[in-house]
Design a protein around this ligand. Sequence first.
Ligand SMILES: Cc1ncc(COP(=O)(O)O)c(C=O)c1O
Length: 314
Amino acid sequence: MKADYVWKNGEMLPWERAQVHVMSHALHYGSSVFEGVRAYEIREKSAIMCGPEHYERLLFSCKVARIPSPLSVGQWMEVTADTLRANGHRSAYIRPLVYRGLGPTMGLDGRGCPSEALLASMPWGAYLGEDALVQGVDVQVSSWRRSGSGAASTLAKIGGQYVNSQSIVMEARDNGMSEGIALDGNGLVSEGSGENVFIVCKKEIFTPSLSSSILCGITRNCVMRIARDLGYTVTEASVPREMLYLADEIFFTGTAVEVCPVRSVDRMPVGNGQRGPVTRAIQEIYFGIMRGTHPDKWNWLTHVSVPARQGAPA
Ligand SMILES: Cc1ncc(COP(=O)(O)O)c(C=O)c1O
C-alpha cells in the first residue's frame, strides 16, 4: 500500500512526509474518526461513489466524538478530487481521517488538542478477494459481541471502536474463516467487523436494524434501494442468530467488501453453499452502476476528471 501523495492539513505531501507526532492524542486513545470511500474508473474518469453521503457521515462521527472537522462536505469532496488527481488514481480506496493531534497535556479529555485532518487514496481490489464475489466467503459467529448498547457509538466511525472489529476479524482468520459476524449485547445478529449483513429467507430480505449496534452502512442503504426497486421486500429487523443457519442466502455489504456472498456460517452451508439468485441480481445492478454499464439512476456517482499518468495505477 503506497501512493505518491497524501493530503494533510491543507497540503499535498509526498507519502513519506505524511507523519504524526508519537505523542498525538489519537495514537494513545483512539480519538479519530474516519471514512472508507471508493472511486471507480468509468469512461476514463474517476467516479466517486456516494461521496457526499460519506462526508456527511464523517461530520456526524466528528460531532459524536467531539472532534471538529476542519472541512465541510463540499471541501472534503474537493480534497478527494485533488488527491485522486495528485496520485493519478481513477479507481481507488479513499481514506479521510480526522484526529486529535499533539496537545498541551496527556489527559483523556483531548479537547485541547488540535484537530488534524488527512486524506489518502490507494489502489485496492476486492476486499475479501476477487473470487469471493462469486464463490462466497466462509464466516463464523464471533465469540466477541459488538460493542454498543450505550458503551460505544456504533453509528459513528470512531477509530478506537475498531479494536472490537479487529478482535472479530482476527479470531475468524485464526479459525480459517474470512470474516466474523458479531452478535449485539442482546444476542441478536449485528454485523461483520467492517460489513453489514443481509439475510434472504424465502425471497424476503432481512437486515439487522439500527438498534442492533450496527454502523448505518452507505452500501446497506444503496442495496436496500436496489432490492426494493427489484421488487423484493426488505425488512430492518431484530435478527435471531438461528436465521443465519436457516437462510437461503446471506451477503455482506460495505464500501470495502462491496456486495459479497457468504457461503457458510459456522461450517454449515448457506442454502446450497453457492451464491444465490437474489445476491446475484443485486450484485449485477450494484457493480453495473460502478462500471458505468447500468444507469446511475439514484445519482450515487460524482465524476471527476483525473488525467492519465505514466507509470501510475489508473
Ligand atoms: C463496522 C462497519 N459496518 C459496516 C460497514 C459498511 O459501511 P459502508 O457501506 O458505509 O461502507 C463498515 C464500513 O465502513 C464498517 O466499518
